[in-house]
Ligand binder design. Sequence first.
Ligand code: GLU
Length: 472
Amino acid sequence: MSGKHPSFFQSVERNFDKAAVHTGLPKGLLEQIKVCNAVYQMRFPVSIGDEVHVIEAYRVQHSHHRLHTKGGIRYAMSVNQDEVMALAALMTYKCAIVDVPFGGAKGGVKINPKSYSEYELEKITRRYTTELIRKNFIGPGIDVPAPDYGTGSREMAWILDTYATFKHGEIDAAGCVTGKPVNQNGIRGRTEATGRGVFYALREVMSFKEDMEKIGLTQGIAGKTMVIQGLGNVGYHTANISINEGDVKVIGVAEYEGAIYKKDGLDINALMKHRKETGSIMDFPGATNLPKREDALELECDILVPAALENQITKENAPRIKAKIIAEAANGPVMADAEDILNDKGIIVIPDMYINAGGVTVSYFEWLKNLSHMRFGRMEKRFNSNAYENLVSTVERLTGKVIGPKERSILTKGADEIDLVNSGLEETMIEAYRQIRDVFVSNPNIKDMRTAAFVSALNKISGDYLALGIFP
Ligand code: GLU
């Protein structure tokens, strides 16, 4: 950790302690929830060209209150034990908030994935998986990884293939990892799930008129301005879905190479194309280049979405933030020592452990699909469609009116896997927010939404531990 700021894990612990005082739970129980149960630090050799690279990697299981654990695997040079512990802890609270019945875990491999070929990345991924198998740190009923920063469905397919090779004949092997390609036992809607969840959460938060009036905004997400930091999987889908389904204007974007601004809104897909062609978001037609990439965070806007890495909003830049709402699409973008400054300015910070929980929610659906060995909707889609068809025909017969083909196809549609996934995700994000808001509204001593989210999570996790009967 640096001398000036708390480390990432200390930041999470500090937020935990702030919330714990509102729970009235016994000290020993709080301590058990707070600590990381198991930390596996490994080093393994991988031959790369003529050299051998000794790779540093981790898997941390933060809490076993639900027996098995869940959380992504990150490939980045920033990976270290403190970071993986913090991310694993956040997974525990995140799963509790959205009622995903897992404890939290996280993995990290300290590499820059851009420095390796696809073949080399496959070798690293398979070796890492083998280490997890060796120590019993992976399995559908043990610990279920998923994508995170620097990984995606390709890596998850390698993990499944390695696991299934070692565990030949294990009937539920496909549930050892989530975020897999759809044709490799994945689920439709997982790729965009985190971004879609961010959108559903924002729409729900902004639907409360009295809450929005307090920060000088009108009710509803439509027409609001958004700035996004990071156009990776989470940032891109948040922007795209917010524009298409929420009528939001994305006026600023920051990426590794810099930041751009356009007052009347950016065309996000055209921007992605421009980046692919030129290698950069800069000089996008119609947009203004900003001098520094951090400048985007300080733009005047309604919603700021940090969707890159942790520790982006610090006590140094917090006083200059002008957004009304900060949506923590990344894990840990607001440092604990910046939060008080933001709260004093009246900015609503929607915490990571709630707002980016869409990914793990749909991962849970994928895991359920794997265990049931069947696609969602397969049993009921046609049955429902036929029933609606009968209903429509009966209405037509009784009224003597004919329903047009377009309306008919909407009214008689049975739900596909993607419809069920999105609706399950929407329900989860709405319900979780209502629970957090209830805690917030009914406890005047709780001053920020992160503390309310923590309290909501702690109430659920402590319930599991208390049911075990080991705590007085
Ligand atoms: N890495 C994602 C997260 O931080 C997803 C985890 C998962 O799907 O298990 O929430």
